[in-house]
Design a protein around this ligand. Structure first.
Ligand code: ZN
Ligand code: FE
Length: 254
């Protein structure tokens, strides 16, 4: 039976492991030792590594894990990924019969220009693009690219489980409450996420449905969100993209 487990790494990364009782695949293994401890403890064989983008906190464990398990490394075709054996882009599909896992690849540029997401089995591995109640910084791509990438993910079925690569949810909710102080779903989400973090448990996975109800970056067309973004930017914002851009700039200094 396929299930997903988080391996916490560094300060706030999650390395997600898709596994059954025999095999495992690691998504964005930035830290080899954390993954090796987990695999050895659970007596699992690593059969694949998936990378969403090239940042070191996502790929630095690749080579050590590949040396030990000789596993394929899947990553974006347009980024330099240590040990990459399979280049993926929009429309690629990866089938792992050992795990019963079938993943479709989306190009979601913005955080980096080659960033990809993996979607399948009603799950989304979205790296540093979509976070719990927030989104990644726009480092390499454009605001328009990031906005389009988030809209794309937002259009997935509401029940889709969202596996983000960082635990940023509580801080993101505080920002979201500045944007939408009267959103009752946000207050409820803050209470739930606070309970989880107090027990040192992940707030993830989230769902697309919950993100659509609470994540300001997916709510740029909502009048209350647009009004607050305009007020903070002290500018007239003519489109959801303008609203997104204003929110992302605001969040950078929050
Ligand atoms: Zn990153
Ligand atoms: Fe990261």
């Amino acid at each position: 039976m396929l299930f997903i487990e988080p391996i916490p790494a560094f300060r706030d990364n999650y390395i997600w492991v898709a596994r059954n009782n025999q095999y495992a695949a690691a998504i964005d293994p930035g830290d080899a030792s954390a993954v090796l401890d987990y695999l050895d403890g659970e007596k699992l064989e690593l059969i694949a590594i998936f990378n969403t983008h090239h940042h070191s906190d996502h790929v630095d464990g690749n080579l050590e894990l590949q040396t030990r398990f000789s596993c394929p490394i899947y990553g974006p075709e347009n980024e330099s990924i240590p040990g990459k054996t399979h280049s993926l882009a929009e429309g690629s599909r990866v089938d792992l019969p050992e795990l019963g896992l079938k993943l479709d690849v989306f190009d979601i540029p913005g955080h980096t220009s080659g960033h990809i997401a993996y979607h399948g089995n009603d799950m989304l591995f979205c790296g540093d693009t979509l976070f719990g109640c927030g989104c990644g910084r726009v480092f390499e791509g454009t605001m328009a690219e990031m906005f389009a990438s988030l809209e794309r993910l937002s259009g997935l079925p509401e029940a889709t489980l969202v596996y983000c690569a960082h635990e940023y949810t509580l801080c993101n909710i505080r920002f979201a409450l500045d944007v939408e102080p009267d959103n009752p779903e946000l207050a409820a989400r803050q209470a739930g996420a606070t309970r989880l973090r107090n027990k040192d448990m992940p707030t993830l996975p989230s769902t697309i449905g919950l993100e659509r109800k609470t994540n300001p970056f997916l709510r740029c067309a909502i009048p209350a969100v647009a009004a607050m973004a305009a007020k903070h930017a002290m500018a007239k914002l003519d489109s959801p993209l303008d609203v997104f851009t204003a929110l992302r700039i605001w969040r950078n200094t929050f």
